[in-house]
Design a protein around this ligand. Sequence first.
Ligand SMILES: *[C@@H]1O[C@H](CO)[C@@H](O)[C@H](O)[C@H]1NC(C)=O
Ligand SMILES: *[C@@H]1O[C@H](CO)[C@@H](O)[C@H](O)[C@H]1NC(C)=O
Length: 143
Amino acid sequence: MAGFSPRKLSFSIIFLGLMTVLGSQAALDVHYYDRTCPEAEKIIRYTVLNASMHDAKVPARILRMFFHDCFIKGCDASVLLDSTPQNQAEKDGPPNISLRAFYVIDDAKTKLESACPKTVSCADIVAIAARDVVARVNIEKPF
Ligand SMILES: *[C@@H]1O[C@H](CO)[C@@H](O)[C@H](O)[C@H]1NC(C)=O
Ligand SMILES: *[C@@H]1O[C@H](CO)[C@@H](O)[C@H](O)[C@H]1NC(C)=O
């Protein structure tokens, strides 16, 4: 019991308590929009599904968009921003060459703005859309 002391134990308890508090504040909620915009997830799912039926590459493009969005200071939908004369946007940077399907996110955002204005963030649309396309992957016949 050489490493054990009440002092270390109390530090550990404080540390764990702090992590619990910080952890619970930063917790993600799967159904975050249930009360503020109940149709949000359905609207996003439908928009992505419809676009995927017209273009089979949409699911892969959305997953890739989410991956790229999470570079450069987190998954904040910054990849959706357009360039201005003073500032080149992420989507116009070299890795953007094959990034497409922005229109799907724009389409979902337009529908969400008419269903519940200024409620659902673009970052959440990208994340929910990416989750949905992964969940829909057909794993029954992989090859
Ligand atoms: C379905 O997707 C197509 C192709 O992107 C689009 O032209 C059409 O407006 C979409 N329909 C709805 C109802 O979102
Ligand atoms: C980045 O993506 C947008 C949207 O698809 C496209 O209009 C633009 O030309 C792309 N920029 C580069 C440098 O490839």
